[in-house]
Design a protein. Sequence first.
Length: 249
Amino acid sequence: MKVLVPVKRVVDFNVKVRVKSDHSGVDIANVKMSMNPFDEIAVEEAVRLKEKGAATEVVAVSCGVAQCQETLRTAMAIGADRGILVQSDAELQPLAVAKLLAELAKKETPQLVVLGKQAIDDDANQTGQMLAALMGWPQATNASQVEVSGDRVKVTREIDGGLETLDLALPAVITVDLRLNEPRYVTLPNIMKAKKKPLESVSPEDLGVDVAPRLKTLEVMDPPARKGGVMVPDVATLVDKLKNEAKVV
Ligand code: AMP
């Protein structure tokens, strides 16, 4: 069973991004970039499936600028067998990425595509769902447990009221949540090994996909600054302020 794992290069989760002065977006020049944290979990899960004998090959895919190669190398250091870069300098929105992944899925014929549940830069939570729709494959989002047996996969997902277990026929699309696993530490020998693994590069044109943006960002603003707090002398004053100033009770 081949597993395809899309990995996105995003601003590192520790970086506090700044809104550009013209409010057209956030400034990502010279900031640390890393693999989307949910995608690390997806790669880890795919590699565990391979280690258990349920998968035979793990292929990482990244769509974006040439530096996404670093993200693919990280995926290969975790244990992916090879990488595919869909190279484009254009702004790639979830629909464009889903179309690119669909074309790759048609070429690579994986039995499972495991994505992150969302990218921490756009917080879209759309790509996996769109990919499943384009392929006509079953999908299970926000997975907290994945069990493959034969040509089916059981996925446990966290929902508001508790846990839900879905039983899907393969091929299928799964998006992963935080509690699925804890990704392994990437060791230096594995980083060195990853440098020798195959990395193929294709363009959106090679795949016949028009990646032109469909959505336009109108304005990006900082959240309102927090106002300073005040000490109140007693509960009566607190209740009075909540009622008459904040108007929340
Ligand atoms: P999103 O729908 O943007 O929140 O992203 C959900 C998931 O889709 C991510 O966790 C990745 O697994 C995948 N994904 C999104 N954008 C890309 C990209 N440019 N390259 C590879 N995978 C992506």
